[in-house]
Structures are given as structure tokens and as C-alpha cells.
Design a protein around this ligand. Sequence first.
Ligand code: ZN
Length: 319
Amino acid sequence: MKINTLLGARAPEELGRTLIHEHVLIGYPGWFMDNRMPPFIRAEALDRVVDAFQALHAYGVKTVVDPCPMDLGRDVEFNAEVSQRTGINLICTTGGYFEAQGIPFTLDHLEVEAIVEIFVREIEDGIGKSGIKAGLIKIATGDGKVSAYERKLLTAGARAARLTGVRLLSHTENCTCGHDQIDIVTGEDVAPRHLLVGHCCGKDDHAYQVSLAQRGAYVGFDRFGIEIFNSDAARMKNVQQMIDAGFRDQVLVSHDTVNCWLGGVPGIGSPDQVKDIVPNWKLTHLFENIFPRLREMGVRAEDLDHILTENPRRYFAGL
Ligand SMILES: [Zn+2]
């Protein structure tokens, strides 16, 4: 099966080295209300993002997944320009964010089947008038408990995945609700291997990470560089533990970078303060710092290449 990307439909084996969770642009709900923040100047923002993505060529990255849900300022035409100018193939998503940080009003008032139809249209017909088709479905849960709204969106996402054959990728908070996500998805007859449970590196919790893999899901170590939640040292140790425990095939890595902010950065302030607080939160951190350190720890180069190339291929192929 082919995957919808911003440079056209691609077979899984054409994706090559892939970062599975990076954001071109994010705007949290109501971002425009904080008038202390720098204005969004599209052309300048685009130049900065293009520079950041160009840097990935040096490391052989061909594909980047941008799992921006519909309600976080998603701008697929901005993404398409980034793809065209850099040659880095982006994949964009449909789906809604978790209740506390998304824009739940509209979808809250719709029945689950209406939401399924919305997601399927974004995959099969395209997003808005752009003609750009979503290549993945984002699902998301809050901290410790799946709300009724989130359950409805997860159910709709799983049904849309079953109808279209598109994969699911998730957001979780604080290493919670991964098992609820698998329960809801498999309850709709979608195989657990069609789900990537995201942000499983939010805590030093090998038991949780391995328990998700044992059920067949892909496990995201996708926030390298965000050391305000967990240390990269713990993340590296946990990746090595997954390999040692025989779950190398289900590990996916990324940074969850945000390369352009509409408005401010929750918990940090203005976008230019990010560099001081999380200096390694950038698209090349894995290649510059994490992979060399993992090699020193004894992880084989072929394991790292497998995680970067083979696992995304298998995830999209449904293997
Ligand atoms: Zn993200």
C-alpha cells in the first residue's frame, strides 16, 4: 500500500531514513491572544524552517512525519512548501489533540461516525482545498485518564484507520494511557502493530515501555532533547534495554521538535527562550549527540540504522 506524502504517494520502502515525530509548525489554541509574542511572518518563518530541515540531508534523512493534529495550527500548505524547497518528504496527519490542550468544541458536538467521515475525507480527498492528503491519523490522550471526548476521537481514528488502511500515531502524557489506547484501537479490529504509542520516553519506565511492545504496538522514544520531562540519559538507557530485551523491531525514535511557533511556547515563554532551556531540542540532536553516545554504550550501528530506516518501513507496511 502507498502512503500519502507531501511529495506524492510513496511505497514504504521508498521512505528511507525517517524521523517519526517532528513538527514543522505548532500553534496552541488561542495562540493569537498573547500579543506579547513575536508576530508570525510567514516568509521569514518558512526560511528558518527550511534551513532547519536542510540540515537533515547531511544525515541521510529522507522522510519526516509531522503529526500535527487538526487543532494545533496545522498548516499543510506551509509544510508542502518546506517539502518542495528541501526535498525532505513530509507526511502530515488528520485527527484531533487531547481534550485539555486541543479545540474540542466542534468535534464534541459530533457523533463518532461523523468524525470518522471527516478523518476519511482528509485521507482520501484531501485537507481543505489544498488537495494534500493526510498520511497518518493522530490520536491523543490526557494524563492518567481517557476522557469521554478522547475515547470518541480514538474510536473514530481507529475506525478511519480500518477503513483506509492508514496507520495511527499517538500522543500520551507522562507515560500513561498507552494500554487504553491499544485497548480502544484493538476493540475496533485494528491490529496493535498499526499503532505507534507516542511519547513513551516521558519517564524512565522500562516496564511500561516493554509492556506496550509485548502487546504488539510500536513504542515511541520520540522526545530526545526535551530534558525538562526526562533525561536523555534515561531515554538512551531505555532504548538499549528495549534492544537487549528483543524489542528492537518496535522502537521508533525522534525529537518532537517544533520548528516554528505561532505565538508562545507553553511553560517556556517566547520561542527565542527555547534554546536556553532545552538547547539540544533540534532536528539533528539524535545524529550529533545521541547515536554516537549509544554506540559508545555498545549499541550496534546496524541496530541504529534498523531503528531509523527499517522500523518506519515496517510500521507503514503494517508489519
Ligand atoms: Zn508532537
